[in-house]
Design a protein around this ligand. Structure first.
Ligand SMILES: Nc1ncnc2c1ncn2[C@@H]1O[C@H](COP(=O)(O)OP(=O)(O)OP(=O)(O)O)[C@@H](O)[C@H]1O
Length: 327
């Protein structure tokens, strides 16, 4: 197995409006020294509450959002230090699938033109090659070639997400960034799209960065899961380890907030763990663990010293008091 993406100490800051005319400009640190790696042919799920930094992490990793620091090694090349010209060569390797198939497709273009557009923009293949590729991809994602001349509004939500997936595959990418790809769809259709993504991953050897707030969705598709809280990864483990024996109290709280999932688990039932309050402000993160104020296991050290993400059993955990939920 080899590594496709190796993200090291990735940091993203946004400048916030000054209070008054002369005050210092506050910074919102949306991603704080995040490190993870993704193997070829694997899917890494990034989960966490709204505002935890999932999308910003993924967008900075593929250089669609500017990073303030860190390294992003894509097959060994540090994307963050490439020139725009060098970066263009990598653009075909990475494609995106967004949450909303209703707004991500141009309503005035025929779907054949929408799917072919990345090939046109990157000048890949002859016109005949491009037409054949679009037809092949249409079949691969479960649509009929006789639908190629229709417009997006003539398709259902699930079919439109299939069109987005076909478009993302035209350039034969190595990495697909899927940002909440099924959240806008009915539950029955969600399963069809997740099955399609799982099939494409195994047939084409694709790697996914898969952003979702829905643990059930992540469990369906991902090999590994990273849990984010206030711009940091607090736990990163294989899907099995994370769902069967979560070590971080925040991961345990997330899992217990999805009781249907917990009940479906064959062992290691996570007893319900309530967390109250909201995450702290990312503009002034607390000095110790960002979760300490809401954590039922917090001790003095948690409020003073930030925990480091380190190997603990089968995964990596950033916690001074890791352990099973009822420890
Ligand atoms: N362009 C921006 N300017 C200022 N702040 C931003 C910007 N984009 C994101 N943020 C802030 O960065 C933090 C992380 O946002 P991000 O969208 O990455 O979180 P998320 O976990 O993907 O949330 P969601 O699930 O709601 O999409 C939030 O506090 C958000 O308000």
């Amino acid at each position: 197995m080899s590594t496709l993406l190796d993200v090291r100490d990735l940091t993203v800051r946004f400048a916030m409006p000054r209070k008054g005319l002369f005050g210092p400009r506050p910074w919102l640190e949306a991603v704080r020294k995040v490190s993870f790696s993704l193997e070829k042919g694997h899917a890494l799920g990034i989960v966490g509450e709204s505002g935890s930094g999932k999308t910003t992490t993924a967008m900075a990793a593929i250089r669609l959002t500017e990073a303030a620091g860190g390294q992003v090694l894509f097959e060994g090349d540090d994307l963050l230090s490439l020139s725009d010209e060098q970066m263009r060569a990598h653009r075909r390797d990475v494609q995106l699938i967004f949450q909303d198939p209703y707004s991500s497709l141009n309503p005035r273009a025929r779907v054949a033109d929408i799917v072919r557009e990345p090939l046109d923009l990157m000048d890949i293949g002859t016109p005949d090659d491009r037409r054949a590729r679009v037809e092949e991809l249409f079949k691969l994602v479960g649509l009929r070639p006789d639908q190629l001349n229709l417009f997006p509004h003539q398709f259902s939500g699930g079919q439109r997400q299939r069109i987005s997936i076909a478009r993302a595959l035209t350039t034969n990418p190595k990495l697909l960034v899927c940002d909440e790809p099924v959240s806008a769809l009915d539950v029955a259709i969600q399963a069809q799209i997740l099955n399609l993504l799982a099939k494409l991953k195994s047939e084409l050897g694709l790697s996914y960065l898969f952003i979702s707030h829905d643990l059930g969705v992540v469990r369906h598709v991902c090999d590994d899961v990273a849990v984010m809280y206030l711009g940091q990864i607090v736990e990163h483990a294989s899907r099995t380890a994370l769902f069967e024996s979560p070590q971080h109290p925040y991961t345990q709280a997330l899992l217990s907030a999805a009781p249907s999932l917990a009940r479906r688990k064959s062992k290691g039932y996570v007893r319900p763990l309530k967390i109250s309050g909201d995450p702290p402000s990312p503009i002034n993160p607390p000095p110790g663990c960002a979760f300490a104020e809401r954590c039922p296991r917090a001790r003095d050290i948690c409020r003073k010293t930030p925990p480091v993400l380190e190997d603990r059993g089968p995964g990596r955990v950033a916690c001074h008091v890791p352990g099973p939920a009822d420890a």
